[in-house]
Design a protein around this ligand. Sequence first.
Ligand code: FAD
Ligand code: SF4
Length: 508
Amino acid sequence: MKVLRIILGDQLSAGISALRGLNQESDIVLMMEVMAENTYVPHHKQKIVLVLSAMRHFAEELRQDGVTVDYVALDEPQNTGGLTTEVQRAVARLAPDRLVVTEPGEWRVRDMVDGWEAATGLPVEVRADDRFFASRARFADWAGGRRVWRMEHFYREIRREHGILMEDGQPAGGVWNFDAENRKKLPASTLAPARLRFAPDAITRAVMTLVEGRFGGNFGEVEEFGWPVTRADALRALSDFIAAGLPRFGDYQDAMKAGAPFLFHSLLAPALNLGLLSPREVCEAAEAAWRAGAAPLNAVEGFVRQVLGWREYVRGVYWTLMPEYAERNALHATRPLPEFYWTGDTKMRCVREAVSSTARFAYSHHIQRLMVTGNFALLAGIAPREIERWYLAVYADAYEWVEMPNTLGMAVFADGGQMASKPYAASGAYIDRMSDFCGGCRYDVKQKSGPDACPFNYLYWAFLIRQTERLGGNQRLAMPYRTLAGWTAERKAAVVAEADGFLDGLEG
Ligand SMILES: Cc1cc2nc3c(=O)[nH]c(=O)nc-3n(C[C@H](O)[C@H](O)[C@H](O)COP(=O)(O)OP(=O)(O)OC[C@H]3O[C@@H](n4cnc5c(N)ncnc54)[C@H](O)[C@@H]3O)c2cc1C
Ligand code: SF4
């Protein structure tokens, strides 16, 4: 019995379920670089380099372990450019008896895999992806029957179930949540630590050349590529984070600083999402640092909350609600994405900073994504699918299962409250409190209207005014709506007119 075991681009884990029971004498592993996967959104050049280089390294490692790998490179002349047609071609070439694959992370690919039995005439075994704390069934079980889903409730259950940061059945430190301690502004004198980056080796350099040749017009720079592309380097990146970032990760989790896009963040999402690291091992490494006295509990709990909490939660939301989730637009937002999301050509310094680190590193941290580019898209009423496709394209860690709920649910409230109890709408005051951007901005964050006023200020109030019917009853927005109740109709109309004038100018 010859089994063709298919490994997709984000399944680069030695323990992946598709490889279990592999017979080195008879089985073949198939890996495919195809154009369709590189073009469904106009990916950042570094993201393409990362995935292709990591795939090539993984194939090499399997070969070194004695596994037969059939690897289809992107520039192979016979490459048909699609996953299904490449599987068909491989079946004709290798004559297997059956196919085994681990369930894909994205709906789009799952849909393809479901057609492979018909396309090949062979049995296809789709195995569960057990690289997560919670299976899809576990999430569905948790979500079933609940009217309201909240990450916090799910997080506590999963943490208890897996015994992460637990002591005698209770959360370590006696409380589940240290969020209140994790919102400090970074003092001007605090410097961001240097972070471990990885110089491209020969395989990565070859992929960089390929990408410059084929995707030269795509967004982003490739020169400063420094992401880990092997498990060994990913483990080094984890150690670097535990030593250099984790101790202050909690305190400055929400802080932003000009010219310092990484701060104390882990930079581990690209490796986690490719499968080079497991969520369990990164949580365990963080917990071990706390137990050894090398990191405080608020930092470690904050990190575990992101990985065991948010990452698993958004995956559950995605798989439970797709495919209709993708079409949600609860706030009826229709504006096209402004060009400055691609060029960074805007006078708003906070947005310029976020877009520039995105172009340079295929990275910006969570608060820049949520409270700068995301907040602007929310306030400006950018069509959810347009901003969603942007996030999917531009980050090295972007895969639809994790990106889409973050964008539609967290950033632009397009799901009407499935993910978050209120929109993360904020005026310039929030950005000023959490960053040093406003000091060097052409706009004045203290001014509410006029040509020098920070656009986030009037956009914020105009957003609330426009959305009164949909959001006015939200208890968590009671305060700003009470403020608005004291405004005259003329004042409201003036703010909306100022916001419209600014937004119309963007499209011109
Ligand atoms: C609009 C928007 C789009 C996003 N798109 C993606 C995406 O495509 N891929 C992605 O991995 N993350 C996405 N995130 C979540 C988060 O911003 C990134 O995981 C994080 O910035 C990656 O950098 P880091 O590894 O340094 O994270 P850290 O701040 O160090 O966090 C540690 C880890 O926790 C996980 N994590 C943190 N926050 C989240 C979250 N909200 N959802 C899921 N996992 C989380 C990540 O695996 C991350 O590596 C998005 C957030 C927003 C607001
Ligand atoms: S003043 Fe407004 S636009 Fe300028 S950096 Fe601050 S928040 Fe951003």
